[in-house]
Design a protein around this ligand. Sequence first.
Ligand code: SF4
Length: 333
Amino acid sequence: MLGASGQRILVIRYSALGDVVLATSVMEPLRRRFPGARIEWVTSPALAPLLEGLPGIAAVHRLGKRGGHGPLALARRLRGRFDLAIDLQEKVKSRLLALAAAPRRLHFHRRTFGQALWALVGRDRPVTRAHATRLYAEVLAPLGVEAPGRPELAVGERARALAREALAGARRPLVGIAPGATWATKRWAPERFAAVADALHAAGHGLVLVAGPGDAVAATAFRAALHAPLDADLTSLPVDVLAGALGELKLLVACDSGPVHLATALGVPTLALFGPTSTVRWAPAPPGRALSLGLPCQPCSNHGGERCPLGHHDCLRRLEVAPVLAAARELLA
Ligand code: SF4
């Protein structure tokens, strides 16, 4: 039985950006429940800078290529070092790490037993019963935790300085535009993002493009369609520098994607445009806002996909520039 202090706890969540940010909502209840515990975290090398320096995280272990350990090597390093492992990833690798690390383990299950049975026959209905932070908090229920905390991030002084450099000379107030998303069905047309950006620039705002390494196509199309000048192009920055830069924005307009959760954790209002994914599960916390047409087929997917199952992609194709611009202006006001 875990006591209130002196315990060693390992949290495992290594992908993806938005999920790792949202998973940090377990830190506050864990610190409250185990005030003297030593808490460590397993994440990917690219996301580790966001967790290092967080109050309450004593060490961050890197899993994966480009600066991290392989799963077997990391399992050997962590073997028997913890009293409790909290697996928020729900993958074979995360189970292996939890099994090696601790005798007591708690695992994230996004599906109910019934949903898991449907998934076996290819009918994986999206999870819509609660926000992602609450789903992570449910994993801690056996520890007496009832509610999530707020997501937390660490942005070091060096990252803040590099972010200020990236934004040097930019016209303020700044609006960020993030037209990318991992899955095609989650992307709103780059030309429409550009139309929103042009209108906000005409109203006196500076413009910042926010894009990751996988967003090259959307970013290129956005740049090509934009008439106004970009004040800064934050493409493929290290994640902690990106966080530092997002913290300078007055508003971020984005698809349902990692930058939404990063900006929200920093207290920056975000306008997130939703297509196939659930606003219940993924909406940004206030003052951010999720915009969705609310079609009968929405949501159709947990994370989006390459093709609309109905072939028309109306959820985002029918979302016009005018309501997005109106919502952006409301948030800016
Ligand atoms: S239009 Fe409906 S079915 Fe198609 S991707 Fe959007 S939510 Fe899914």
